[in-house]
Design a protein around this ligand. Structure first.
Ligand code: SAH
Length: 345
C-alpha cells in the first residue's frame, strides 16, 4: 500500500485526507477492510455487538417497535450498513424470532464492501441476506436501518481555517516517506477558526437514506463514537492491535477512523427529507431499552468467570467514560411522525 501511495503521489500530487483514508481502507486489492477480519482479540479493535449479545438484542427490539410505529409495512427491508462479522444482525434476528409478523415481513439487506466480511456474514446469516455495494441498489421498499460503527469508517476531509486562509490537510511524499502537508483551497463556509472535518461521503449517504425514509417510509439508528454538536479539532486516528499508532505509519494495515459529527449527519438526513430526532448517548439508549432487566436474566444463567466477563462487557457498553458516553445514538424517522421511543421529537 505504501509503494502504491508513493507512486500515486508522484503522479498526481498530494492526496487530500479523505482520498488517503478511502484508499487505505477500501482499495479493492490493498485496502484494510478488503483483506482481513479486523475484529476481536487477534484483530485491531472490538465493537459493541462483539462485546455482548445484549447490544444486538436491544437493537432488534427497537427495530420491531419502530416497524410497528410506522404502520407495520410488509414487505420491508431490514438494512444494515457495514455489518462486520454479521453478529449484530444475527443477534437482532434471534432476539425478534417471536415477533412473527415482523419476521415474515422482513428481508435482510446488507451494505458491505469487503469480500472477506461478506463471507463471514454469509456464514452467520445463512441464506437470509442480500448484499449491496451501495445504498443506491437497495430495493424501493420501506426500510428499517441500523449502522453501528459504519460512519466512523468513512473518509473525512480536514480543512483548517487560519484567519482568512483555508488549508486542506494532505498526504505527501518526501524521501520515500509519507508526510503530512497542507494545501490552500478556496474559501469554504466554515465560521470557526481551527481544523474542521467534513465527510462528503457520509453526508451523501445520509441524504440518500433520508430520501428513502421520506419517500418509502421507514426509520433507522446510527450508533457511533463522536459528538452531537459540530466542533473543530483533529479526530482522525489509527489503531493497530488495539493500540493507537500514527495515521501514516501502517497504511492499509491499521484501522483509520474519524469521530462522527452527528449534527452534520442529522442535517444531511434532513436535507434528504427525513427527520433526525435529538440524539442521546449509547448508555442512555441501552438503559432506556431495558438493558438492566435483560442483563439480569442472562446473568442468572452464568457463574464464575463467564459471569464476570459478561458483567464486564455490559458495563463497558453503558459505562461512563467508556462506550456508554463516548458513543452516541441518532434516530431517523419520517418527518412529523412523532416520537420514536426512547427518542423525543
Ligand atoms: N457494524 C459492525 C462493523 C463495524 S466496522 C460492528 O459493529 O461490529 C465497519 C464496517 O463497515 C465493516 O463491515 C466494513 O467493511 C464496512 N465498510 C466500511 N466502509 C464501507 C463502505 N464505504 N461501504 C460499505 N461498507 C463499508
Amino acid at each position: 500500500m505504501k509503494e502504491f501511495l508513493l507512486e500515486l503521489i508522484a503522479a498526481e500530487g498530494p492526496l487530500p485526507m479523505d482520498r488517503y483514508m478511502a484508499l487505505c481502507l477500501g482499495h479493492p486489492r490493498l485496502g484494510y477492510y478488503m483483506t482481513r477480519d479486523p475484529f476481536g482479540a487477534a484483530g485491531d479493535f472490538t465493537t459493541a455487538p462483539e462485546i455482548s449479545q445484549v447490544f444486538g438484542e436491544l437493537l432488534g427490539i427497537w427495530c420491531v417497535a419502530a416497524w410497528e410505529a410506522i404502520g407495520s409495512p410488509a414487505p420491508f427491508a431490514l438494512v444494515e450498513l457495514g455489518p462486520g462479522r454479521g453478529t449484530l444482525m444475527a443477534d437482532m434476528l434471534r432476539a425478534t424470532a417471536k415477533a412473527e409478523e415482523f419476521q415474515a415481513a422482513l428481508q435482510v439487506h446488507l451494505v458491505e464492501m469487503s469480500p472477506v466480511l461478506r463471507q463471514m456474514q454469509a456464514e452467520k446469516l445463512g441464506g437470509r441476506a442480500t448484499w449491496h455495494d451501495s445504498i443506491a441498489n437497495l430495493p424501493d421498499e420501506p426500510l428499517i436501518f441500523v449502522a453501528n460503527e459504519f460512519f466512523d469508517a468513512l473518509p473525512v476531509r480536514q480543512i483548517e481555517r487560519r484567519g482568512e486562509m483555508f488549508l486542506e490537510r494532505c498526504v505527501d511524499a518526501r524521501d520515500g516517506a509519507l508526510v503530512l502537508a497542507e494545501r490552500p483551497v478556496p474559501r469554504l463556509d466554515l465560521a470557526a477558526q481551527g481544523r474542521h472535518e467534513l465527510s462528503p461521503v457520509s453526508s451523501a449517504i445520509a441524504q440518500s437514506l433520508g430520501g428513502r425514509v421520506a419517500a418509502l417510509g421507514g426509520a433507522g439508528l446510527v450508533i457511533d463514537y463522536g459528538h452531537l454538536a459540530s466542533g473543530v479539532g483533529d479526530t482522525v486516528q489509527a489503531l493497530k492491535a488495539h493500540k493507537p499508532c500514527g495515521i501514516l505509519e501502517h497504511p492499509g494495515s491499521s484501522d483509520l477512523t474519524a469521530h462522527v459529527d452527528f449534527a452534520r449527519l442529522a442535517a444531511a438526513f434532513g436535507a434528504g427529507g427525513a427527520e433526525a430526532l435529538p440524539g442521546m448517548t449509547q448508555g442512555q439508549f441501552l438503559l432506556a431499552m431495558g438493558l438492566e432487566a435483560r442483563a439480569q436474566r442472562l446473568a442468572a444463567q452464568l457463574s464464575g468467570t463467564a459471569l464476570q466477563e459478561f458483567m464486564a462487557g455490559v458495563r463497558r457498553l453503558v459505562g461512563d467514560k467508556e462506550m456508554g458516553s463516548l458513543f452516541k445514538v441518532l434516530a431517523v424517522a419520517q418527518t412529523n411522525r412523532g416520537a420514536l421511543y426512547p427518542f423525543e421529537t
